[in-house]
Design a protein. Structure first.
Length: 465
């Protein structure tokens, strides 16, 4: 899965690309003209879908692409939920909607229905953010080099305001913000802006935020990786020792971002990578990998194994699907400044040192203003492991003086243990999704939907089955 939380970005091709661009002019469309008649390969459905652009920026120079699906039943009685993927630079539409929790997943020439789509419970809004991701673009290409957390949050706020102008019936709806990975930055930063705006004049009905395997404070999140890999048998005792003493992952990453990796870190990381092998997906250490996307020479392993009903090659399918001209037409999307739709942008040069901004204090102030916060972890992810997140939320509860209201216990989905949970002060929750990857709704769709529904209803996770 490609929604890497912090990726090294390649910028070399940008200058050459730009010579060939012609940017479309400002897009002005109504909700009606954004309505999707039918997506290629899609069976008829009872709910409405919309896709198109919302322009933001002083000169409306940035066009953000969104995909919106109404709830399957009674949309007018259901909340509005925004979903963000991370990266920074990965597509909420391609990865989130069409791989994780939306109603369709591409498979060859058709779209298969996801029975656990989150639009069974809510009206779901996905946006490709910031400009430079997916079908979103800017007419000022300097934006791609000047993007950071602060700007992204401001633009997501501007996006939301303008989207609500286009869809006024959602203006007073209960609003939830959800997402994963680097959205551990986007979501608290946007929620903070909404809460501030509300202090001027009540504008948003923010009712809760949920963050999946989120980056909240990078030492704890990254450095829980060594123990996770070791305890899952992925690295040896001796490698665990050097990975936790001589070069921690946070040290390696900060050296990488500063362009100066020490020889000890080179040694430690190459040892970790060798033992892990490229046949293990670090976003889910137990899931089979998509062999075709590894682009490897070896034919020793059997190709493209399917694990249960999960298609581990779904990301390749999504890339193929979104690059079809008929699909782009149906979505009212266009490629501007890039030749290809990508799940994670290669033109965006996000300020990577923003990775070090801790968003835990924002979570604290969000909780203090009375907004419920849920942090959940797919428990097979080694990139942002559950252990670090659990420590963070426990620590935050202690700092906020929140006592445990639901002690650590299992929760159920489909007559099996769906994971573990603990709740503090009836407002701050932690939960694991058992067997879940970094993209938990992708690998454990049924469990993720049970968790999502409880979160929306403000109810404890099921204690029995
Ligand atoms: C283009 O973007 C850069 C960086 O985002 C900004 O400094 C500059 O003023 C913008 N140029 C115009 C013409 O808007
Ligand atoms: C939390 O628990 C402690 C010890 O039992 C108690 O003194 C305190 O009043 C509790 N705080 C709240 C907010 O309930």
């Amino acid at each position: 899965m490609g929604s890497t939380p912090w990726r090294s970005m390649v910028m070399a091709t940008l200058a050459t690309l730009l010579l060939h661009l012609s940017f479309p002019t400002e897009v002005c469309s109504s909700a009606t003209s954004d309505r999707i008649t039918r997506l290629p390969g899609q069976q008829p459905v009872d709910f409405q879908q919309f896709a198109g652009y919302i322009t933001v920026g002083k000169k409306r120079e940035r066009a953000l692409f969104y995909y919106f699906i109404e709830a399957e039943t009674e949309p007018s009685s259901k909340p509005l939920v925004i979903w963000f993927n991370g990266g920074p630079g990965c597509s909420s539409v391609g990865v989130g909607a069409f791989t994780e929790n939306g109603p369709f997943r591409p498979s060859g020439n058709i779209l298969v229905r996801n029975a656990y789509s989150w639009n069974t419970e809510a009206n779901m809004l996905y946006v490709e953010t910031p400009a430079g991701v997916g079908f979103s673009y800017s007419r000022n290409i300097s934006d791609y080099r000047d993007m950071n957390d602060e700007r992204t949050a401001r633009e997501n706020l501007a996006f939301l305001r303008r989207w609500l102008v286009k869809f006024p019936e959602y203006k007073n709806r209960d609003l939830f913000i959800t997402g994963e990975s680097y959205a551990g930055h986007y979501i608290p930063q946007l929620a903070d802006l909404l809460i501030r705006a509300n202090k001027q004049q009540k504008e948003f009905n923010l009712k809760g935020i949920a963050l999946g395997n989120p980056l909240l404070e990078y030492y704890t999140n990254l450095n829980s990786r060594a123990e996770f890999l070791w305890s899952h048998g992925v690295i040896s005792d001796s490698t665990y020792r050097i990975f936790s003493r001589n070069c921690t992952y946070s040290l390696y990453l900060s050296e990488t971002y500063r362009g100066n990796v020490s020889s000890i870190c080179v040694l430690v990381m190459s040892t970790v990578e060798r033992e892990m092998s490229k046949f293990v997906d670090k976003y889910d250490v137990t899931l089979d990998v998509c062999i075709s996307s590894l682009k490897m020479q070896s034919l020793v392993l059997s190709p493209m194994k399917m694990t249960g009903k999960i298609d581990v090659c779904v990301e390749d399918e999504t890339v193929n699907y979104f690059n079809r001209k008929d699909v782009q037409r149906a979505l009212h999307a266009r490629l501007a400044g890039v030749s290809k739709w990508e799940a994670c942008s290669s033109i965006l040069d996000y300020k990577l040192l923003d990775v070090a901004i801790p968003t835990i204090p924002l979570l604290g102030s969000i909780v203090k203003s009375g907004i419920p916060v849920l942090v959940y972890s797919g428990d097979q992810d080694s990139v942002v492991p559950l252990t670090g997140s659990r420590t963070q939320i426990h620590g935050l509860a202690a700092r906020l003086g929140l006592n445990t209201t639901i002690p650590y216990r299992v929760w159920f989905a489909g007559k099996q243990v769906g994971g573990w949970t603990q709740v503090y002060g009836d407002i701050l929750s932690f939960a694991t999704i058992r067997g879940g990857s970094h993209e938990a709704p992708f690998s454990q769709p049924q469990r993720a939907l049970v968790l999502f529904k409880a979160f929306l209803q403000g109810k404890p996770l099921p204690e029995t089955f």
